[in-house]
Write a protein that binds this ligand. Structure first.
Ligand SMILES: [Fe+2]
Length: 335
């Protein structure tokens, strides 16, 4: 009886009446079963609160992608000065970047283990993007694939196209592909993307990854930037103290807590590396409250190694300057 009452409250909060996914009556029961009523209620309330906000008092003050007129001005500004076509070409010039991660207590079976790291796909921004990414991934060999959040281009409104494009793209990757939610993603994405795209979400959760009898632990937290419902303590509650710990966090903004919890290697995204940068890759907007050196590529804090992907896709206007998109291969090595 209590459960039914909670479900009614959550259905009232339903943020996307235009989306057929959230119209599924069993969606909210499924979410409550998976994440608990308190977390689902908080997430849905925050989704409504943030969907159309341009400013807030969170870790990030400006949500520029929520402002349609800024995007229109940017689009036409680039068109008028003749830079749009070059920026659009850059947007599809996806690089394959290799990164080596040396971990002290890495089990022998994982020496040479290759992780394919995708981030900020935002595939609904352009229906050609999924083909461009698939082409770059095709020749790459890897042991495990993951996505560090952001499946939709906007932060509110219908997400039908984002889900459809992600489902179509994921046909290129063997299951399972591990995933987390970003600040562009609603909690309702989890069910269709797990059922139809072969993703396995870790939302303040962890699981063991096994290879030849050895184990490392992979954890994922909810978006720490806009929703700030990341809960590292919950994610690590059942992870053995001496385990090798690999973390997915949409934004690098969890760096302090992650390092203090003994995370060995953290993968993040969110920043897009700036997406539109000055020569030398200098971002104009950081998009995250963290040191500048944490915004793109490999970095370190205390004993934790980390990598912030500049994004495989991008959002706002589909252009990039001085900041190429990438797929990243992290090769784990025994230190
Ligand atoms: Fe993003």
């Amino acid at each position: 009886m209590e459960q039914a009452k909670d479900t009614e409250i959550i259905v009232e909060l339903k943020p996307n009446p235009e989306s057929s996914w959230s119209a599924e009556p069993e969606m909210f029961d499924w979410l409550i079963n998976r994440f608990g009523v308190e977390f689902v209620r908080n997430r849905l309330q925050d989704q409504i609160k943030h969907a159309n906000k341009i400013f807030d008092r969170g870790r990030r003050l400006l949500h520029i992608e929520n402002s349609e007129w800024i995007m229109v001005v940017l689009y036409w500004g680039l068109k008028i000065i003749g830079l749009y076509d070059r920026g659009y070409k850059n947007f599809f010039d996806i690089q394959t970047v290799e990164n080596e991660v040396r971990i002290k207590n890495l089990p022998d079976a994982f020496d040479g283990y290759r992780i394919l790291h995708l981030s900020d796909l935002h595939l609904d921004i352009d229906i050609n993007l999924k083909h461009a990414i698939a082409k770059v991934i095709e020749p790459v060999e890897y042991d495990l694939a993951l996505v560090t959040g952001d499946y939709r281009a906007s932060t509110g409104g219908s997400y039908q196209l984002a889900i459809d494009e992600t489902v179509a793209f994921m046909q290129n990757l063997p299951e399972p592909v591990y995933a987390i939610l970003g600040n562009h993603d609603f909690i309702e994405f989890v069910k269709p993307l797990e059922e139809y795209a072969g993703l396995t979400f870790l939302v303040n959760e962890s699981l063991p990854i096994e290879k030849d009898g050895d184990v490392i632990w992979l954890s994922g937290v909810d978006d720490p930037n806009m929703y700030q419902l990341d809960n590292l303590k919950k994610a690590y509650a059942n992870v053995p103290e001496d385990a090798v710990k690999i973390l997915m966090s949409h934004s690098p903004e969890t760096w302090k807590e992650a390092a203090d919890l003994g995370v060995d290697f953290m993968m993040a995204g969110h920043t897009h590396g700036g997406q539109i940068c000055l020569p030398g890759g200098i971002p104009i907007i950081l998009h995250a409250k963290c040191p500048r050196t944490f915004v793109n590529g490999p970095w370190k804090h205390k004993n934790m190694q980390a990598y912030t992907s500049p994004g495989t896709g991008g959002c706002g206007v589909p252009v990039r300057f001085n900041c190429p998109p990438e797929i990243t291969i992290h090769t784990l090595r025994k230190a």
